[in-house]
Design a protein around this ligand. Structure first.
Ligand code: IVH
Length: 570
């Protein structure tokens, strides 16, 4: 029958995803798609009252790999059923009430659902003697030899001699970024996401000392506990970290309010969370509620709206930035993510492309970084080859060079028009001198009509009113506004001017520091004329000093400084 064929197809798809997730530490499909397929399979099984052999609905995870010593569990490590809307959350509450034969509100406890990997910690005679991953739920993998990587678990419990504690291992987002920066420096393969990084770090036979993992505890097997809230308090007393912000909610409406309040906060956490786990608080109810072969009926995971989605690369092009660095951008099949349409993603640098072996035609998993710029977080390779970088600058056609570590290309033509336009746009931008009415497009027009070729030309625009009026889209009123904004820009703090120059590595914090010690352009000029670079090194660090020196050693930049000095603050 057709449904049987469909079920078989779903099983093989899910098995393949499981294999990648549990054995290869890579999630090749986003969670929401995985859940959708698993739900579809489950619905078919119920509809036809048929469970095929090897159905993943009957296992908590994939079977454990044989890389590690197997640990047979007394109590299987279950997974959680999930919902992704409030309607289904209400159904969960109704089911709980029905089983418990209760009409009054149920007390739930809400915790962050940490996107990591679940582990069990066994303490015997007060000592931590075993750390194991979930494996297939019944048989876990022994990773005790990597316990030192987990920075916030006690190896000794003073008040309890024997117990098992379960929870989630994760890598802090800050640690993940630090690690990837380090890997990028060494031109090593980057880690796809904190979950994969945590799993890869823990499930390795050669301990990786430079990786830090953390743990949130959520279960303590100890018969004296009567509720999840006492369990969490007990865990805290024992020295474990538990999900921050956990809260008791009387009834499903309060639970919903908790979720609504917390969902936007997840981006500010230092760990990845993909939902809220809602648990019945009272342990007396647990035996009554029972469990299926995969899930307990006393808890549910409310999954947040996906932060990532898949698409396909249609084109790759390069752009040249104001300091000559080439950036690589992929055009993708437009997709909607968190309400906005995404058609472009940054590829950072060529090392990123090289490491992923990326090409046009490949499928990618994309995510909004910090909720703004979309980025590729995983690749599903569909093509054979890798995309090769261009030899010439897309704007001025000059031959591109490689930076010393071969990570990105550089256009070293100081007169490259795109570079100059970007530099002028940066000069006028909000973080620079905040000149109103000068969009990138307008600046391009001014540049192409020879009205502005270098930053100092902004201050001569007053004399070119007639020519400005001839430009398409420039009316008297808008010109007046632009010119008055240019005039006002001379009164901006020195910090803004320093940022506007676009000296590499001179961040806003460093520019501010510099302007405290060197409060005007004349004092900055003395650094150059008196060769006071040593002082700058002490103030801003060696790398920034080098960049600043390099910048002002270019006679044109030094000339710009002197010309600005004449008009600045007038
Ligand atoms: S309680 C019977 N609490 O999410 C299992 N699980 O997708 C009880 N998870 O298998 C688990 N954060 O690995 C619980 N605060 C939390 C959690 C949590 C993450 C994991 C856990 C679970 C999976 C379900």
């Amino acid at each position: 029958m057709a449904s049987k064929r469909k079920m078989k197809r779903l099983i093989s798809l899910i098995e393949n995803w499981n294999y990648n997730y549990y054995f290869l530490d890579q999630s090749i499909v986003e969670d929401s798609i995985y859940d959708k397929h698993l739900r579809e399979l489950k619905d078919l099984e119920i509809k036809h009252n048929l469970i095929l052999p090897d159905s993943p609905t009957q296992k908590a995870g994939h079977s454990a790999s044989n890389k590690f010593r197997p640990i047979v569990r007394q109590k299987p490590m279950l997974s959680l059923d999930s919902v992704d809307n409030y309607e289904d959350l209400l159904k969960f509450d109704e089911r709980v009430k029905k089983i418990l034969k209760k009409e009054e509100e149920i007390e739930y406890i809400c915790e962050w659902k940490i996107d990591g990997l679940s582990i069990g910690l066994v303490y015997q005679n007060h000592q931590l003697i075993q750390v194991s991953t979930r494996g297939n739920g019944n048989i876990g993998e022994d990773v005790t030899f990597n316990k030192e990587l987990i920075k916030n678990i006690p190896f000794f419990l003073s008040t309890i001699a024997n117990c098992e504690i379960r929870g989630e291992i994760y890598m802090k987002k800050s640690e993940f970024f630090r690690l990837n920066k380090e890997l990028e420096k060494n031109d090593s393969k980057l880690l796809a996401n904190p979950r994969n990084a945590a799993s890869g770090s823990l499930r390795t036979l050669v301990p990786l000392q430079n990786r830090k993992l953390h743990f949130f505890a959520y279960q303590l097997f100890n018969s004296s506990l009567d509720s999840q809230s006492t369990c969490l308090r007990e865990l805290e007393k024992l020295g474990f970290a538990v999900s921050p912000d956990y809260q008791l909610c009387k009834g499903i409406e309060k639970t919903k309010e908790f979720i609504q309040k917390h969902e936007p906060k997840r981006l500010n956490l230092d760990f990845e969370s993909d939902g809220i786990v809602v648990k019945v608080n009272n342990y007396d109810f647990y035996p009554l509620l029972g469990q299926t072969s995969r899930f307990p009926r006393w808890a549910i995971a409310y999954k947040f709206l996906a932060l990532s989605t898949t698409s396909q690369i249609e084109k790759i092009y390069v752009e040249v930035s104001r300091n000559g660095r080439i950036t690589y951008v992929a055009e993708i099949k437009p997709v909607t993510l968190q309400g906005s349409i995404i058609s472009k993603v940054t590829l950072h640098n060529y090392s990123f492309i090289r490491n992923l072996k990326l090409n046009i035609g490949d499928k990618v998993l994309i995510k909004k970084a910090g909720d703004v710029i979309p980025q590729i977080i995983q690749l599903i390779k569909l093509t054979e080859n890798i995309w090769l970088p261009p030899n010439a600058c897309p704007s001025c056609n000059s031959t591109l060079k490689w930076n010393p570590t071969n990570i990105y290309q550089i256009c070293d033509n100081n007169y490259c028009s795109q570079r100059t336009i970007n530099l002028l746009a940066h000069f006028a931008s909000k973080s620079g001198l905040d000149i109103k009415g000068l969009s990138q497009k307008n600046i391009e027009k001014l540049y192409q009509n020879n009205l502005i070729k270098k930053p100092i030309d902004f201050y001569q625009l007053e004399q070119k009113r007639e020519e400005l009026l001839k430009l398409e889209g420039f009316q008297k009123k808008s010109i007046d506004n632009i010119l008055s904004s240019i005039k006002n820009s001379k009164k901006k703090p020195l910090t803004n001017l320093l940022i506007a120059l676009g000296i590499p590595l001179l961040s806003s914090v460093k520019a501010k520091k510099l302007s405290i010690f060197y409060p005007n352009l004349a004092s900055i000029r003395t650094i150059i004329e008196n060769n006071e670079w040593e002082k700058i090194r002490e103030l801003l660090g060696e790398e920034t000093q080098k960049e600043m020196k390099n910048y002002f050693q270019n006679p044109e930049n030094f000339q710009l400084l002197k010309e600005l000095e004449k008009i600045w603050g007038n």
